[in-house]
Design a protein. Structure first.
Length: 222
């Protein structure tokens, strides 16, 4: 007579199957979302915040004014309102040269990177990602509306020197990000617009401009 199979181990076997199925579903969800949910602990500036894990996150394709520059405080507060107290999803992650996580950050379905740009409180850095065109459009919208850094508070179209001794204009080429300074004798001196959120400014001497990382513009006449 054949022996009946033992069944006392079936509950354990079924429990293992259920656990594996649950882990598999979680893995698929994680892969679909691009990352596990994250919580912001502190906002550092308008494009960087710290997670409860201690890691720093930089908004991919987005650069906010550095602390102390035009609209930096408003930019920081804006990011706080978007990420603090909310469950975040970070997708398309990369690491920058400082070891920070960079990614597209979603807060309750809202793309934070685009929101910062459309508010006029950040600029795109054109790092390629799936939302590059959306980020560009958000930036153009803010520029057309003259919001934030695009307003006359930060963009000085006809800048006047603070005094007669400090007339050298420090300007950044937006296509190459070259830092150039222009003397009054330079061909395009009167056409230079100063974007204060980028750190463009007047200098009192060429040495001062060079120490700040600027070099003489190629079109300048000696």
């Amino acid at each position: 007579m054949a022996k009946r199979p033992k069944t006392q181990n079936l509950p354990v076997f079924l429990a293992v199957l259920l656990l594996l199925s649950t882990l598999g579903s979680a893995f698929l969800l994680l892969t679909r979302n691009g990352s596990e949910p994250a919580i912001a602990a502190r906002v550092i500036d308008g494009d960087t915040f710290t997670l409860t894990s201690g890691e720093r996150v930089k908004l991919l394709g987005t650069d906010a004014p550095e602390l102390g520059r035009c609209k930096a405080e408003e930019s920081t507060k804006m990011l706080e309102s978007l990420v603090m107290g909310k469950t975040l999803q970070i997708t398309e992650e990369k690491r920058d040269t400082y070891g920070r996580r960079m990614g597209l950050v979603y807060a309750q379905g809202v793309l934070v990177n685009a929101k910062m740009l459309s508010s006029g409180l950040a600029r795109p850095d054109y790092t390629k990602n799936s939302q590059t065109e959306i980020l560009k459009a958000a930036y153009r919208e803010a520029a057309d509306a003259k919001r934030g850094i695009h307003s006359t508070a930060c963009k000085i179209v006809a800048p006047k020197p603070p005094n007669s001794r400090c007339v050298i204009k420090g300007n950044i080429d937006k296509a190459t990000w070259d830092h150039l300074y222009h003397l009054p004798s330079c061909r395009h001196y009167n056409q230079i617009v100063l974007d204060l959120d980028l750190g463009e400014q007047f200098f009192c001497s060429e040495d001062e401009a060079k120490e700040a990382g600027f070099r003489l513009a190629p079109d300048c006449l000696r």
